[in-house]
Design a protein around this ligand. Structure first.
Ligand code: PLP
Length: 443
């Protein structure tokens, strides 16, 4: 065990860590103990600049006092109430605030506890909607290669990351996938949106419709910018064309905004940034600044009304979670939205995006770098894999950056950056400088 890693307890065995090579981690662990603003602090008190907003989620920075105090007050006031047949004011207040922030006529909100639950909820709403309007044969769900939609059975079925799927059998039936939009031959080192291939990639949906028939397809789900697969930015025209094809064939379009929501691109949601209106939006992460787990699905008025009209006064959707609209999460969500608004954080992200782009693209030409991709305050730097050892360079870069005081995220050999919207220009410089040192030190 090396000096940077002192764990607070000797027993590392019991905790089966998620998405982690447990044996490798436990042989050489790295710990953080507290956080504030842009920094984590190790048990020894060493600051680690967080270049990933936790896990794309702490958009306003860590442990913001206003959010902390709201949670503390709520815990002492009403720690829990079910939302099944019972109301508490903050759930309604947060839903209304979100409805105002969400684009277009997305004006109803269903609460969940995570991005995965939001995705499965959105897929179920899509199926229930088609059935309620008498189109019960529309049951197919279309995702995309390299998509990440969490870890529920719905999410991994429409998702397109093979490692997340291959251990779990046959998944949901009746799912098909669009091709991913990554085209390094034509689009490598694009600054912002890539220029090539957008409409042709979207036209693959026409082929899927021709194969299955529109009368069998309920919904298409995509991340506006694919995050977990390594920051894959949609080429120009892509999302617009997907919307047009969905309209032509009466198919719902779901944007999974678990990462892109709440200012990541410099607008409240990516739908607004791209000027493309989906029918449903899934969200989580930045909704509460990750201070209390919470997710939500935003739903267009027409979809909601159809389900209400079809119910004959009974329960309109047989779906919900014990913790849907949890009071602590609602208090955290309201304080988070106040923080974004009062500190102008979405506009701040927009104003930093160009400097961030220039900074990350300064790494073009560094050893092993085969592509750099960016939009808003998200960026991916793809390294060539070491022959025979895919993922090794990414893993080593992660460890070396941590040891040099910067937390990055890796997906295979792609380094991903998504700093909080409070990041200072000098901190962007530090992130890039440390990344350069680390990359230059890799074999
Ligand atoms: N959807 C997207 C686009 C995500 O990026 C994630 C998580 O990173 C999820 C869904 C799943 O969210 P959670 O881990 O909160 O279940």
């Amino acid at each position: 065990m090396t000096a940077h890693t002192k764990p607070p307890t000797n027993d590392l065995e019991a905790f089966w860590m998620p998405f982690t090579p447990n044996a490798r981690f436990k042989a050489d662990p790295r710990f953080v103990e507290r956080a504030e603003g842009m920094y984590y602090y190790t048990p020894e008190g060493r600051p680690v600049l967080d270049a990933t907003s936790g896990l794309w989620c702490v958009n306003a920075g860590h442990c913001r006092p206003r959010i902390v105090e709201a949670i503390q007050r709520q815990a002492a006031h009403l720690g829990y109430a079910t939302s099944f047949n019972l109301g508490h004011p903050k759930a309604f207040e947060l839903a209304s605030r979100l409805a105002n922030l969400l684009p277009g006529d997305i004006d109803h909100v269903f609460f969940t506890n995570s991005g995965s639950e939001s995705v499965d909820t959105a897929l179920k709403i899509a199926l229930a909607y088609q059935r309620a309007r008498g189109k019960g044969s529309k049951t197919r769900l279309i995702g995309r290669e390299r998509g990440y939609h969490g870890v529920g059975f719905g999410g991994i079925s429409v998702g397109g990351m093979v490692n997340n799927r291959k251990q779990f059998g046959t998944l949901l039936a009746g799912v098909d996938h669009l091709p991913h939009t990554h085209d390094p031959d034509r689009n490598a080192f694009s600054r912002g949106r890539p220029q090539h291939g957008g409409e042709a990639f979207a036209d693959a949906l026409e082929r899927i419709v021709a194969l299955h028939d529109a009368s069998t397809i309920a919904a298409v789900i995509v991340e506006p910018v694919a995050g977990s697969a390594g920051v894959l930015v949609p080429p120009t025209g892509y999302l617009e064309r997907l919307r047009a094809i969905c309209d032509r064939h009466d198919i719902l379009l779901i944007f999974d905004e678990v990462i892109t929501g709440f200012g990541r691109l410099g607008a409240p949601f990516a739908a607004e940034y791209f000027g493309v209106q989906p029918d449903l939006i899934t969200m989580a992460k930045g909704l509460t600044n990750a201070a209390v787990p919470m997710g939500a699905v935003g739903v267009r008025g027409g979809v909601y009304e159809t389900l209400m009209d079809g119910s004959e006064g009974g329960i309109e959707l047989f779906h919900g979670y014990t913790y849907s609209g949890h009071p602590l999460a609602c208090a955290a969500g309201l304080a988070t939205l106040d923080t974004y608004r009062d500190e102008g954080l979405f506009a701040r992200a927009a104003s930093l995006a160009r400097a961030f782009e220039t900074a990350v693209h300064s790494l073009a030409g560094a050893p092993h770098v085969v592509d750099i991709r960016n939009l808003g305050l998200m960026a991916g730097i793809e390294l060539a894999s070491r022959p025979g050892e895919p993922g090794a360079r990414g893993r080593e870069a992660y460890h070396h950056a941590f040891d040099r005081g910067v937390l990055i995220r890796v997906s295979g050999d792609t380094l991903a950056f998504s700093p909080s919207l409070i990041v200072e220009p000098s901190q962007i410089d530090q992130i890039v400088a440390v990344t350069r040192e680390v990359i230059e030190g890799l074999e």
